[in-house]
Write a protein that binds this ligand. Structure first.
Ligand SMILES: Cc1cc2nc3c(=O)[nH]c(=O)nc-3n(C[C@H](O)[C@H](O)[C@H](O)COP(=O)(O)OP(=O)(O)OC[C@H]3O[C@@H](n4cnc5c(N)ncnc54)[C@H](O)[C@@H]3O)c2cc1C
Ligand SMILES: NC(=O)c1ccc[n+]([C@@H]2O[C@H](COP(=O)([O-])OP(=O)(O)OC[C@H]3O[C@@H](n4cnc5c(N)ncnc54)[C@H](O)[C@@H]3O)[C@@H](O)[C@H]2O)c1
Length: 472
């Protein structure tokens, strides 16, 4: 049995825990996958490195309304060079990060999976037993795909593999209606492939504010083939190297078939809690979500609901948000709390924002309008809502934007901002001052008139949304 001061399972957000305070400790980092985890290797970073050229190509196609013409066909897209630029950068960061950790005298990296065999005791895949008084679970989540016939065909991909394919496929079928499906539909469509998105329910991006989701669905249907209320049931290979995906209508009466060169299954992710054999360590796992249960300080809870001293968790393995900025925040909380048990800090999950890097971009924070109405009813409050069109502010005219809106939801009596939801160019950046206002308790009236808004920047859409709210 080898003993350490701290064992970290997972080299994604787990790897960022080790600040100078940990220099004097013997630390083991265990990761059976690619060093650096999901965001770096197969998640946020490579997807956005694909989104950026796709966004430019798609925007170029839409220039005619501005009196400029640009012909960006799929022939103009050099997929291998885009791919190699992305992974030339990312793979080097992963190998460099691993080499750096291996160079540290008090850090030991185990490149294999591990599971608990008892409280505070782990066994690696090669059979080595490890223990430590402090164990940090940062083992993330993994892709979930339906086990339909043909799912193992080489033409069928997930987000883990599709970014490394050799060429831009001519026809791509994307299954799913969440963030991953939306972003890859934009990537492949923007780069010139023929995209068909198949979704089981009637709505895309179901967690979003209804008005935003409906607008996005309209934009998606304008850009690529969109088929809602169809469930895939079989994928079969064709002689020419393509595959046929057969789907059945949600009512079960009809079938449809799509021929594709690549099928991307974007059907969700599940926490990697099961791989840890958590029962052996008495760790509580939520039976529905399969998330490891933690308290507000990221301390792991035991099956009796009490804190398991010395066991911590962060990120996708315990957090329903499945977002990197949440995993990073929780990693900072754990990094502090492990070293300062007498001064525990709390994770702040009040206003978790998210952006979907589609065309147009979407960004969201706080309550949707429907949630705010339900909240108001329960609490005897009233809300005020303003949806300000991008096309009604000066920079929106310059862009000839016809779809963007900035929607702000606030408490009518207090001016407190309850939620903000944007669709349109640069939404992921435009939302940041609204996140800031919510986080620091700045009310909508103060925010609108207590500062200058640069004219004629697109940020005026936020100012005007705030000014359009009605207060008692
Ligand atoms: C395609 C895609 C795009 C995304 N885009 C965004 C985005 O734009 N913005 C955003 O905020 N989020 C995005 N996300 C989500 C984001 O990537 C995750 O929320 C985040 O990476 C989770 O970090 P983590 O540290 O919890 O886990 P991970 O980074 O997944 O790290 C977990 C590590 O643990 C290892 N591991 C698992 N089990 C074991 C075990 N038993 N033993 C040893 N090692 C183990 C795994 O190999 C993995 O390397 C995206 C995700 C995907 C898939
Ligand atoms: N920009 C971002 O922040 C970003 C980008 C990508 C991913 N992510 C994170 O990654 C997570 C996973 O993304 P995702 O899009 O895979 O998951 P998701 O849960 O958002 O969407 C999954 C989709 O697959 C469908 N689905 C599930 N099972 C199915 C089946 N058997 N047949 C047909 N359809 C099925 C669901 O109806 C849903 O539309 C997200 O929760 C998100 O937090 C974030």
């Amino acid at each position: 049995m080898r003993t350490f001061d701290v064992i970290i399972i997972g080299s994604g957000s787990g790897n960022s825990l080790l600040g100078p305070e940990y220099d004097a400790l013997d630390v083991a980092i265990i990761d059976g996958g690619t060093f650096g985890g999901t965001c770096l290797n197969v998640g946020c970073i490579p997807t956005k490195m694909y989104v950026y050229p796709a966004e430019i190509a798609q925007s170029a196609r839409e220039l005619s309304g501005l009196g400029v013409s640009a012909d960006v066909s799929s022939d103009a897209v050099d997929w291998p060079s885009i791919r190699d630029r992305i992974f030339g950068r990312i793979d080097a960061i992963s190998t460099g990060g691993l080499a750096y950790r291996n160079s540290l005298p008090r850090v030991t990296v185990f490149q294999e999976y591990a599971h608990f065999i008892g409280p505070k005791t782990l066994e690696t895949a090669s059979g080595e037993q490890l223990s430590a008084p402090t164990i940090i679970l940062a083992s993330g989540s993994r892709v979930l795909v339906p086990q339909i016939p043909g799912i193992d065909l080489p033409q069928v991909h997930t987000s883990d593999t599709v970014m490394r394919i050799p060429q831009l496929p001519r026809r791509v079928v994307i299954v799913g209606g969440g963030y991953i499906a939306a972003e890859f539909a934009h990537v492949f469509n923007g780069l010139g492939a023929e995209v068909t998105q198949i979704n089981r329910s009637s709505r895309l991006l179901r967690g979003q504010d209804t008005e935003i989701a409906e607008r996005f669905q309209q934009c998606a249907g304008d850009q690529w083939n969109l088929a809602t209320e169809w469930t895939p049931e079989q994928i079969t290979p064709n002689d020419d190297g393509s595959v046929t995906l057969r789907s059945i209508s949600t009512q079960g009466a009809e079938t449809r078939e799509e021929v594709a060169d690549v099928v991307l299954m974007a059907t969700g992710r599940r926490p990697n809690s099961d791989l840890l054999n958590p029962q052996a360590a008495g760790i509580a796992v939520d039976p529905e979500s399969q998330l490891i249960r933690v308290d507000d300080h990221q301390r792991v809870l035991g099956q009796d609901g009490k804190v398991l001293e010395g066991v911590w968790a962060l990120g996708d393995v315990c957090s329903p948000a499945q977002l990197k900025h949440v995993a990073n925040h929780e990693a900072r909380v754990v990094a502090h709390n492990v070293m300062h048990p007498e001064d525990l800090v709390t994770s702040d999950h009040r206003f978790i924002p998210a952006a979907v890097f589609t065309h147009p971009e979407i960004a969201t924070v706080g309550m949707t309008e429907d949630q705010a109405r339900a909240w108001a009813q329960e609490n005897g409050a009233e809300i005020t809502v303003k949806s300000q069109a991008f096309g009604d502010v000066a920079y929106g005219w310059a862009m000839a934007d016809q779809t963007g809106i900035c929607k702000v939801v606030a408490d009518r009596a207090t001016g407190k901002i309850l939620g903000a939801h944007l669709i349109g160019p640069h939404s992921s950046m435009l939302i940041q001052p609204l996140i800031q206002a919510m986080s620091f308790g700045l009310d909508a009236r103060q925010m609108a008139r207590g500062q200058y808004w640069i004219h004629p920047s697109l940020a005026e859409v936020v100012e005007n949304a705030l000014l359009g709210l009605e207060f008692d």
